[in-house]
Design a protein around this ligand. Sequence first.
Ligand code: NAD
Length: 302
Amino acid sequence: MPDLRFDQRVCVVTGAGGGLGRSHALELARRGAKVLVNDLGGSLDGTGASTRAAQRVVDEITALGGEAAANYDSVATPRGGQAVIDAALAAFGRVDVLVNNAGILRDKAFHKMDQSMVDAVIDVHLKGAFYVTQPAFRLMREQGYGRIISTSSASGLFGNFGQANYGAAKAGLAGLTRVLAIEGAGHGIKANAIAPIAATRMTEDLLGELASRVTPETVSPIVAYLAHEDCAVNGNVYSVAGGRVARIVMVETSGVVLPEVTAEAFRDQVNEIEQPGAHGYYEPGSLDAETTIIAKALAEAS
Ligand SMILES: NC(=O)c1ccc[n+]([C@@H]2O[C@H](COP(=O)([O-])OP(=O)(O)OC[C@H]3O[C@@H](n4cnc5c(N)ncnc54)[C@H](O)[C@@H]3O)[C@@H](O)[C@H]2O)c1
């Protein structure tokens, strides 16, 4: 099988001035892509800005013989999101791949979290993905081709203390990915997400011995596959860390149909509802599929 190449493809990577985004940008460029390296260049909590981070990665790519352009807009406003995509168009004339990667942290126990912590984190991760993806998605629909990879997190999909803002935003990105996969399917667009764990400034001091194994470079090849024309999956979320890759799925138990819908009937069956049940777990591919499962269960019970 030939290597996965990106010659003539234009890839936009947000937050690509360091950490995972830098690694994704280098991996895609190494495979022949023209890369728009976006980064606001601020600190981990989202304050400050600098052109240095993005420019440094562009210089790295260029030094390796690749092609890249820098952009310093924040993804956290509609104007910024449009400017990121416009910069890719100005530099390279098209957009084939978008990697939503930009992110910040403002951790705090929920009862102490103030509004600015909620707004800043949701603005960058979740709304930021909307702001950049929408102009990109419109172009992709027109050209009948596109790949979108968003960065979710185990924090949102499984839960993590002190990250209500971040977890909610990251779970939202998994939801956005599902909908984009459905809306893009008829237009040659595929949308998938990763929930990575990697040693970056975001996880400094958190990973212990794992840090040396879970480098960003062990995540980017999976992003490259999801970004490629040959990508055979759509709407999936992958746990990716240190070479271990798993699919994270949203499933439901077989459930029960309550003979009488009362709080007491639910109490009496709550344990049974938690079990996989006769059909095992269902994995509805969409709201329509879920509605069909419900209609069938109700019909069978009546
Ligand atoms: N490192 C991990 O273990 C881990 C785990 C789960 C998810 N993630 C996610 O992976 C992504 C990359 O994180 P990382 O670990 O490489 O951290 P990082 O801090 O090194 O990278 C994030 C980058 O995003 C940029 N950025 C922040 N706000 C921006 C904005 N408004 N516009 C444009 N750029 C902006 C930052 O300047 C930074 O370079 C994030 O979305 C993060 O939430 C990381």
